[in-house]
Design a protein around this ligand. Structure first.
Ligand code: SF4
Length: 164
């Protein structure tokens, strides 16, 4: 898997080892929700219906290691396809880094707090229903609110005043 190098999330995606690639995910859970594609226009609508493996209260996969055995079409995001997945949310760490943009301030790798993604409303924790209970997808089309853009900036570090 490899070691997590200091500040690895600022390196180009192509330089990340497997452990670093996995660690880049912010845990928002949005890629684990069903989408509906309009057959005529190709337009993609979001829903609040989660894969059966997603823990709806935490937005974590309940069996990430073995997920392919239960959900064969679960997408495995890789470097070669990351720019070709149109429905990744604008906040997705892979999408941001593929575009050469920095991780947002609420990303746990930046702020050190895995709950920040939930607090700022980027994750789907507590806001989705499992596909095992949802019924027709068409009844669950949603538009996820855009997160507060101010929170997408890296936090400003306080001056230490050491040189006084
Ligand atoms: S959308 Fe991106 S950051 Fe969010 S859970 Fe999926 S892979 Fe991780």
């Amino acid at each position: 898997m490899g070691e997590l190098r200091e500040g690895f999330w600022n390196r180009p995606l192509g330089e990340l080892n497997r452990a670093e690639w996995e660690a880049l995910c912010d845990g928002c859970g949005k890629c684990c929700l069903h989408k509906i594609e309009d057959a005529d226009t190709g337009e993609i609508s979001d829903t609040n219906v989660a894969c059966k493996l997603l823990e709806t209260g935490t937005a974590r996969c309940s069996d990430y290691r073995n997920r392919k055995a239960f959900v064969p079409d679960c997408l495995r995001l890789t470097l070669s396809i990351v720019e070709d997945v149109p429905w990744l949310p604008s906040t997705c760490a892979y999408r941001l880094r593929a575009a050469g943009r920095p991780l947002p301030g609420w990303h746990y790798l930046v702020c050190g707090d895995r709950d920040a993604v939930h607090r700022v409303g980027v994750s789907v924790a507590g806001r989705v229903v499992s596909e095992t209970e949802a019924g027709p997808l068409e009844h669950h089309i949603v538009e996820w609110p855009a997160p507060d853009m101010d929170l997408l900036e890296p936090p400003v570090l306080a001056e230490t005043g050491d040189d006084e």
